[in-house]
Design a protein around this ligand. Structure first.
Ligand SMILES: C[S@@+](CC[C@H](N)C(=O)[O-])C[C@H]1O[C@@H](n2cnc3c(N)ncnc32)[C@H](O)[C@@H]1O
Length: 210
C-alpha cells in the first residue's frame, strides 16, 4: 500500500506498520524528521508543510493518516487561558479543512483518518470515533481499541524511553513534547488494520458486483 503519514513526528503511530508498505512521511521540524528517518530508514521523509502537501497529493495514496497539531483545540489551552498562563488563540482551522477535503474529494478506494484531541468546544464536524481523550474522523470503521490509561505520560521527560523511542542524543528542542506527542504504536497498528479490513471488504463487494 502507498501510505501518507502527515505530521509524522518521530513516528509513534507508524512504529508497527512494518516494512511492506511504501510510506511517505511529512514533518516540518528537521531534527524531528531526522529522528523519524533513523527509525524508519525505508520511508520517504519530506521536510515540508503537511497541510499543503495533503492538498497537492491526496489523490496519490491508498491510506492517509493525519495528526494535525492539537494545542489550539485542547482543553489545556482553555484552562491555561483562564489561569492566565496562555494567551487566547484562534483554534487552528486546518484540522477542519483537512476533514472537509478528504470527506469530499478523497478517491473512493483511499482510506483516511485524521486524529486530534477532544476539543474544549463541540467539534465543528462530528467525529466517527471517540477513544479515550482523542477524536477520529475517518472513512472506515474503527473498532473499540482498548486504550490503556496514559497517566504515565505526565511522568515523561526528554530523557525517557517511550514505546522504544530514545531521542536523548537528538537535536530536537522539546524532547519531552516529541515523546508525549506520540500516538501509541499499538493503536496506530490497530487503526491501519481496520483500514485494511475495510479495503478488503470493498474489494470483495466490487468483485461480487461484477
Ligand atoms: C501530534 S505530533 C505527531 C505525532 C505522531 N503522529 C506520532 O504518533 O508520533 C505533530 C507533529 O506535527 C509537526 N508539525 C506541526 N505543524 C506541521 C506542519 N504544518 N507541517 C508538518 N509538520 C508539522 C510537529 O513538529 C509535530 O512533530
Amino acid at each position: 500500500m502507498k501510505i501518507l503519514n502527515l505530521y509524522a513526528g518521530i513516528g509513534g503511530n507508524r512504529k508497527l506498520w512494518g516494512d511492506e508498505h511504501e510510506i511517505t512521511a511529512v514533518e516540518y521540524d528537521e531534527p524531528t524528521a531526522e529522528v523519524y528517518k533513523s527509525y524508519f530508514p525505508n520511508d520517504t521523509v519530506i521536510v515540508a508543510d503537511a497541510h499543503q502537501y495533503l492538498l497537492e497529493n491526496f489523490n496519490d495514496f491508498d491510506f492517509i493518516w493525519s495528526s494535525p497539531p492539537c494545542p489550539t483545540h485542547s482543553d489545556i489551552r482553555r484552562c491555561g487561558v483562564h489561569a492566565g498562563q496562555y494567551e487566547a488563540l484562534y483554534p487552528e482551522m486546518g484540522l477542519y479543512q483537512e476533514i472537509i477535503l478528504l470527506q469530499n474529494f478523497a478517491p473512493k478506494d483511499c482510506k483516511w483518518i485524521i486524529e486530534n484531541v477532544r476539543p474544549y468546544y463541540d467539534p465543528l464536524i462530528p467525529p466517527n470515533k471517540k477513544l479515550h481523550r482523542h477524536l477520529y474522523w475517518s472513512n472506515f470503521k474503527i473498532g473499540n481499541f482498548q486504550v490503556t490509561d496514559d497517566r504515565k505520560h505526565s511522568d515523561i521527560q526528554g530523557y525517557s524511553e517511550v514505546y522504544g523511542f530514545d531521542i536523548k542524543s537528538s537535536s530536537i528542542k522539546d524532547k519531552r513534547k516529541a515523546l508525549r506527542n506520540m500516538v501509541d504504536p499499538k493503536l496506530g497498528e490497530y487503526i491501519l488494520n481496520c483500514a485494511i479490513g475495510s479495503m478488503q471488504k470493498y474489494e470483495q463487494n466490487t468483485l461480487f458486483s461484477l
